[in-house]
Design a protein around this ligand. Sequence first.
Ligand SMILES: Cc1cc2nc3c(=O)[nH]c(=O)nc-3n(C[C@H](O)[C@H](O)[C@H](O)COP(=O)(O)OP(=O)(O)OC[C@H]3O[C@@H](n4cnc5c(N)ncnc54)[C@H](O)[C@@H]3O)c2cc1C
Length: 491
Amino acid sequence: MTNVKSVSTSHKSRPTSLYEGANLSAAHLEEVPSWGGASSGISYVYRPSTIESLYELLMLARRSGRTVGLRGGGNSYGDAAMNSENIVVDICRMNRILEWDPRTGVIRVEPGVTLAQLWQYVLEDGWWPPIATGTSFTTMGGSAAMNVHGKNAFKMGPIGDHILEFDLMLASGETITCNREENRDVFFAAIGGFGMLGIFTSLTIQMKHIYSGLLDVESEARGDLAGMFAYFDEYAADSDYIVGWIDSLAGGRHTGRGDVHRANYLAEGVDPNPAQTLRLENQHLGPNLFGVVPRSIMWLFMRPMMRNWGLRFVNQGKYLAGSFTGVKRYRQPHVQFHFLLDYIPDWKKAYEPGGLIQYQPFIPKENAYDAFSEILTLCQRRGLPNYLTVLKRHRPDDFLMTYAVDGFSMAMDFRVTNENRQRIVWMTRELDEIVLHAGGRFYFAKDSVLRPEVAEAYLGADTIARFRTLKHRCDPDGLLETDLWRRVFGD
Ligand SMILES: Cc1cc2nc3c(=O)[nH]c(=O)nc-3n(C[C@H](O)[C@H](O)[C@H](O)COP(=O)(O)OP(=O)(O)OC[C@H]3O[C@@H](n4cnc5c(N)ncnc54)[C@H](O)[C@@H]3O)c2cc1C
């Protein structure tokens, strides 16, 4: 392996070190939930703030015979950032901006820097993160490990396409630098490698230049799935972002109907006052929704609606309102367009006590219409419609464990209860068959149900073997593990 940075051993000469010589302490035991809240485990949780303490934690894990699972913001829906009965290293406190060049838009950050921190740091200089996930609580380390995408995936690909370089601490404690030339194979496998090859300790990312704090947004209702797909075909070439929200409870000839939103950056000179629109204050929503309801209690209003009848009512109302008003055009701050869900704090509490799981298949464009029609119909037939359904367009990428296709993804949130938990699992097995038959793929960030044979079917035995070879090279003793790894790739 080239360009190995020797691990800083300066801690050895320091009078005290946090974990050196220490044993695992029960005081660090915590419950670690999946983001969706449908599962949880007990782990020894540590939150290092420096590279030296990260290194010491790897040594502590070796001494205690436990594995290490990494955790960023904990926004993966399933068990990707859980490591039950072992060590969880939460990197959120390693959240410093290391370098920023406002002339080139290149930023180097520690892995715990969140998307919210990032946009707030670069916005007033006229830059915006190239990829924005549906929540801004994600960290850059967690985003790179999953190779996340935004509503511009069809145009900008995943975040890996904008990462110029990263430093990766291997299980041995050595740190290597990876980019498209040095350690190229690790670069293309650690991005999207769900924390199994090493720990990102810094990431260099290219931001996107913008000329206004506002986006030109257009929304429109479409009466069926064919109409939704046609919208993407018609507008993808002229749009920076497109996202569809499907009413998953509509059936028959209305199957797949919904609203589509597209947005474009404002060209240079269009915004008469960019210095104002690029200010942070002008991005945020106020504390109240509709001017009266405090956002902090919105989830309480959502809770009674989290039933099939409730969502039927809400979806129908939303669709009818959209079709009544026709095409709507307006300008909206970037933050409001991207992170609307963040503005209802704790909205997932509406799914308590059972929580939710997400299922997001990615299907090549030729087969997407048939496969998604079949999936929506099957969910209704099984009495398990999903409550939030998001349609996106994607393009392929070069990362080893990629989920992307030249096609579409449909993210579906299922409410879990004691009564339906097993039925959901059985149904996802039926859905897996539809997805595999259509040549589709799956996404570890959203997954809770993937089985080894399904992973092998879509990734291919050869890809998995290449990933295992790299894992063996970067982590020969298998120190880095998560519940997801054991579930899908465990020996
Ligand atoms: C409301 C909501 C909306 C979302 N919208 C989108 C979306 O639009 N597009 C999308 O792609 N995803 C989306 N996601 C999923 C989310 O972006 C991913 O799960 C992302 O990985 C979460 O980042 P995190 O910092 O919370 O990482 P975590 O969930 O904590 O961890 C993710 C993975 O990264 C690994 N990891 C964490 N830190 C490091 C590190 N320093 N080095 C190596 N590995 C590490 C973990 O082990 C784990 O495997 C959404 C999630 C939510 C809750």
